[in-house]
Design a protein around this ligand. Structure first.
Ligand code: NAP
Length: 245
């Protein structure tokens, strides 16, 4: 690959935005359309799905993309699988940023859950869960057992209901803030994805300190990329040193 490379950066994460800030005008940053769309980038920005792997393959061909950089969230498995398939079908390079998972430390009480129904079972003994796992709980607000009150923290503003309060806020979060939140709401269990990175890690430190269990959604399996980077700085260094950006 050389300086004529044309990159499609698949994003929707803080890491992806950092990469997008390095890209010149011939490259494209793609967002699903759920969050904020940055207005201050040199590269172009496109918003919305491609129509599955086939639609993405058509897009790669039409736009003469030579490298797909997958910097989507580790739980956004659909778009990663689509990207790997579309790249294989069109002979396009597929690189990925694969954020390492958080690892449990001494004092942690993490319990892995593989599905919503496993989560509901694991939650049964608790009264005041804090959900920090995205919007999924919003579609289950009518199913809250009478002995529970949910605090759901996600990006989407939502009125909640008698059994749930929804905090529509965006990280990063500090240990001080997390401690104050857990105490104010009498939180007795945390629900989390194993997102990795530092922006939302403070909840785990505070859970350890307060001896609160964490119900951790298992990570999905992601496709293997031709090159995988575990941190954003290494990926940006590579783009700059190979004059791809
Ligand atoms: P997903 O289940 O993997 O993808 C669902 C569909 O959304 C894809 O098939 C694709 O539609 C479209 N899509 C996803 N990312 C896209 C992108 N960057 N550009 C264009 N289309 C995209 O994804 P998700 O879990 O709903 O997450 C959606 C977005 O939010 C992702 O970009 C992800 O990086 C970001 N995000 C997700 C999480 C999370 O916990 N899942 C957390 C933080 C940020 P088509 O099939 O029509 O192409």
């Amino acid at each position: 690959m050389n300086a004529a490379a044309r990159i499609l950066l698949l994003g929707g994460t803080g890491d992806a935005l950092q990469i997008a800030r390095q890209l010149g005008p011939r490259h494209v940053y793609s967002l699903a359309g759920l969050g904020r769309v940055p207005q201050d980038l040199a590269c172009s920005v496109r918003v919305g799905g491609f129509g599955g792997a086939d639609g993405l393959a058509d897009y790669l061909t039409m736009e003469a993309i030579t490298l797909v950089l997958d910097a989507t969230h580790p739980y956004a498995a659909q778009i990663s699988n689509n990207a790997a398939r579309a790249c294989a079908a069109t002979g396009t390079c597929y690189w990925a940023l694969r954020r390492p998972a958080w690892q449990p430390r001494i004092g942690d009480d993490w319990r892995s859950v593989a599905s919503w129904s496993e989560l509901v079972t694991a939650l049964a003994p608790f009264k005041r869960p804090l959900f920090t796992s995205g919007r999924e709980p919003l579609s289950h607000l009518d199913e809250i057992p009478p002995h529970q009150h949910w605090l759901v923290r996600c990006l989407d503003p939502h009125p909640g209901n008698a059994g749930a309060q929804v905090l529509g806020v965006r990280g990063p979060f500090t240990s001080e803030g997390e401690r104050a939140l857990f105490v104010a709401h009498g939180i007795d269990v945390i629900v989390s994805k194993n997102s990795g990175g530092s922006a939302t890690e403070a909840k785990l430190e505070v859970a350890r300190e307060m001896r609160l269990p964490v119900l951790m959604h298992a990570r999905p399996t992601l496709p293997v990329a031709e090159r995988e980077f575990t941190d954003v700085a290494a990926l940006i260094d590579c783009l700059l040193s190979e004059k791809l950006a």
